[in-house]
Ligand binder design. Structure first.
Ligand code: CTP
Length: 403
């Protein structure tokens, strides 16, 4: 996944020969994890079919204000479409469409959608070289830029007219790269590195058995996804889970035991700006690991346990610039225990989970947390999805770095 993952994109296609390339563009958006809805000008349908684009975008394509085919939905609502979008991309943007955008000449659904939009708009001009150079076109570019729209510059090369020069629509790969770069540049955690621990640890008893816990890793993975979506480079150090995550900004380091997690954390910690310990690290491990499978016999078996190293406390000790966040899972005297952990582990913030709260803790996709900062300011949060809790946690780091 890239920064386009989960983004809602309205692709506006106007009537130039480069419209045939939008089939590939839609595929790239979908591959990046975006949702796509296509609006076509009537003229563009001569260059690429609505069926092609609706099949690839997995959504109906709209072109007219009134839809004759669909009796249940006669009115194609440009306002709804524009407000649905996180970004609007007009590609290809012909001289005609650009001029209409610049002057508010609202004679088709694409322009109506554009004029209703509040989100960022990108446009990829496509026209012959002399049209591209014409003062009237340059005027449109300037006007659109002054509205805050972003131009994806045309490329040089052979044009449909047979001439060669500037005016070819940027290649779909370059359009996607341009938008991804632009979004990344503006992300609040761009340039920041964040270390996150997740999941349980497994402490070996013998070659086939271990001591573990029920942590699913969900909370840590959601935090990693959110941090990456906000532009951070993420090192996700995870114990064994069934989860997987694909994101250009996330490096996953898989470990088994607390000791392995400790080694991995300390390898990366000096270089990060923040660390979030969401892993459910085993507090104890067998003192001696049997080298062969332990055979059963008639008497009871006892296993001597020793303490694992406290990873978070070790990070707290070595902390310099890092903003350090820990979790606390408590069943009684929650606030008091959490505050003690802030001091003991030298934290900037603790995320308290109380098992007394319904829907919180292991296995749930929801969580109910309370934030306590190092000055003991307590902030109870509502029951939320783990994805939303992750957003709240990451926004604490954003606030810290932007305050
Ligand atoms: N933690 C850690 N290494 C450990 C144990 C815990 O890094 N060996 C981290 C967890 O990832 C979590 C925080 O410490 O962010 C709190 O863990 P918790 O188990 O609630 O607290 P403990 O310090 O282990 O104390 P107790 O079990 O007595 O509540």
């Amino acid at each position: 996944m890239t920064v386009l993952g989960g983004k809602k994109i309205v692709l506006g296609v106007s009537g130039g020969i480069a419209a045939y390339k939008t089939a590939h563009l839609v595929r790239l958006f979908i591959k990046a994890g975006a949702q796509v809805r296509v609006v076509m000008t009537p003229a563009s349908k001569d260059f690429v079919t609505p069926l092609t684009l609706s099949t690839l975008s997995k959504n109906p394509v709209v072109s007219e204000f009134y839809s004759e085919e669909n009796e249940n939905e006669l009115w194609n609502n440009h306002v709804e479409l524009a407000l649905w979008a996180d970004i609007i991309v007009i590609a290809p943007a012909t001289a005609n469409t650009l001029s209409k955008m610049a002057n508010g000449n609202c004679d088709n659904l694409l322009i109506a959608t554009y004029l209703s939009a509040k989100c960022p708009v990108y446009f990829a001009p496509a026209m012959d070289l002399d049209m591209y150079k014409h003062p009237s076109t340059k005027d449109s570019f300037l006007k659109l830029k002054s509205f805050g729209n972003s131009i994806i510059p045309a490329e040089k090369g052979e044009l449909a007219s047979g001439l060669s020069g500037e005016g070819r629509m940027a290649e779909p790969e370059n359009i996607v790269a341009f938008i991804e770069n632009d979004i990344t540049e503006k992300l609040p955690l761009k340039g920041k590195k964040i270390l996150i621990t997740a999941g349980p640890t497994y402490e070996a008893i013998d070659p086939v058995r271990f001591i573990g816990n029920h942590s699913s890793g969900k909370m840590g993975f959601e935090i990693a996804r959110e941090a990456a979506n906000k532009g951070a480079t993420v090192i996700l150090i995870t114990g064994p889970t069934h989860l997987s995550i694909e994101h250009n900004f996330i490096q996953v380091v898989k470990v088994q035991s607390a000791q392995e997690m400790y080694v991995a954390c300390n390898q990366f910690f000096a270089d990060v700006d923040a660390a979030i310990a969401a892993a459910a690290v085993a507090d104890y491990k067998p003192k001696n690991v049997a080298s062969q499978k332990i055979k059963k016999n008639d008497v009871a078996l006892s296993i001597e346990l020793e303490k694992t190293i406290d990873i978070l406390a070790s990070l707290g000790k070595n902390k310099e610039k890092q903003y350090l966040i820990g979790f606390a899972l408590e069943t009684e005297n929650e606030l008091e225990h959490a505050k003690q952990k802030i001091i003991k582990k030298n934290l900037d913030l603790i995320v308290l989970n109380s098992l007394n709260d319904k829907g919180a803790g292991f296995g749930f996709s929801t969580n109910k947390v309370t934030f306590i900062d190092k000055n003991f300011v307590v902030e109870p949060m509502d029951l939320k999805s783990k994805a939303d809790v992750a957003k709240d946690i990451i926004s604490k780091i954003i606030t810290h770095y932007n305050a």
